[in-house]
Design a protein around this ligand. Structure first.
Ligand SMILES: NC(=O)c1ccc[n+]([C@@H]2O[C@H](COP(=O)([O-])OP(=O)(O)OC[C@H]3O[C@@H](n4cnc5c(N)ncnc54)[C@H](OP(=O)(O)O)[C@@H]3O)[C@@H](O)[C@H]2O)c1
Length: 232
C-alpha cells in the first residue's frame, strides 16, 4: 500500500536527510520549506531517489498550515506519516534569567505550536483512514532529567513542552492506530548542531524513520534515541 509522508523543515539538515532516506524506501514524500526557492532546490537534488513533491510551509503560520492541509487533502486524500522536524533557536547564548522573551515566544511558536498546529491539521485525516504515525523531533536538551545546565532555556523548554504534547496527543488517539512519539536524533552536523557534531544528518534521521515505520501494535507516547526508549 502506498504511504504518504510529510516532513516539516526539510530543505536542509536532518529534515532533508529524512526525506532522502524515505524516498529510497519508496514512500511518496512531501518536502516542505519556508522559502519556495530553498524547497525547489532541495526537491531537485532528491528527485532521483523517488517520488518527491514540494509545498511551501511555515509551521508558525496557521494560514500556511491550512494551505498545505488543503493541498494534501485535494491531491492525495490521505497523510500517513507526519514528521514534525522544523525547529529553531538553540539558544546557547542565553540563560533563563537573561533570555530574550520575545525570542523564547518565537521558539515556542515553532518548536511547540508548529508541531501542535500540524497535528491538529492532520489527525482528522488519520482518524478517517485509521492509520497514522506522528514523529515529533525533540531533543535530549528537552528531557527534564537532562536539563540541569543553565543555557538553551528557550530551546530546552520548548522541547520539554513538545514532549508533553507527544504524551497528550498519544493519549488522545490511543486505540485508533495513530502512534505519536518523540525522538532525539542525537548531536548532528547541521546548521543547528554545528560542524563539530559527531553524527551525519543521515544517522540523525535513523530513529526518526524507525518511529515513522512502527507496526500497528508499536509504542506510542514515548521518547526514543537510537531506537531505544529514553527518559523524559
Ligand atoms: N542538529 C542537532 O544536533 C539536533 C539535536 C537534537 C535535536 N535536533 C532537532 O532536529 C530538528 C532538525 O534540526 P537540524 O539540526 O536539521 O536544524 P537546521 O539545519 O537548522 O534545520 C532546521 C529546519 O527547520 C526549518 N524551519 C525553521 N523554522 C520553521 C518554520 N517556522 N516553519 C517551517 N520550517 C521551519 C528550517 O527552514 P529554513 O531553512 O527556512 O530556516 C530548516 O529547514 C530540529 O527540530 C532540532 O531541534 C537537532
Amino acid at each position: 500500500m502506498e504511504r504518504i509522508v510529510l516532513v516539516t523543515g526539510s530543505n536542509r539538515g536532518i529534515g532533508l536527510a529524512t526525506v532522502k532516506e524515505l524516498l529510497k524506501k519508496e514512500y511518496k514524500v512531501i518536502l516542505t520549506a519556508r522559502k519556495e526557492e530553498d524547497g525547489l532546490k532541495a526537491k531537485a537534488k532528491l528527485q532521483k531517489y523517488g517520488e518527491v513533491y514540494f509545498h511551501p510551509l511555515d509551521v508558525a503560520d496557521a494560514q500556511s498550515v491550512e494551505q498545505i492541509r488543503q493541498f494534501i487533502n485535494d491531491k492525495f486524500g490521505q497523510l500517513d506519516i507526519l514528521i514534525n522536524n522544523a525547529g529553531i533557536n538553540y539558544d546557547t547564548w542565553h540563560t533563563a534569567s537573561n533570555a530574550n522573551l520575545d525570542e523564547v515566544e518565537e521558539t515556542i511558536g515553532t518548536n511547540l505550536m508548529g508541531a501542535w498546529r500540524m497535528a491538529q491539521a492532520f489527525i482528522p485525516l488519520m482518524l478517517k483512514q485509521k492509520f497514522g504515525r506522528i514523529v515529533n523531533v525533540s531533543s535530549g536538551a528537552g528531557a527534564l532529567n537532562e536539563m540541569s545546565g543553565s543555557t538553551t532555556p528557550g530551546y530546552s523548554i520548548s522541547k520539554a513542552a513538545l514532549n508533553g504534547l507527544t504524551i497528550k496527543l498519544a493519549a488522545d488517539v490511543r486505540g485508533k492506530n495513530i502512534l505519536v512519539n518523540s525522538v532525539c536524533p542525537g548531536w548532528v552536523r547541521t546548521n543547528m548542531g554545528g560542524m563539530a557534531a559527531p553524527r551525519s544528518p543521515q544517522k540523525g534521521a535513523e530513529t526518526i524513520i524507525w518511529a515513522a515505520e512502527l507496526p500497528n501494535n508499536g509504542p506510542s507516547g514515548k521518547f526514543f534515541r537510537d531506537m531505544k526508549e529514553i527518559k523524559w
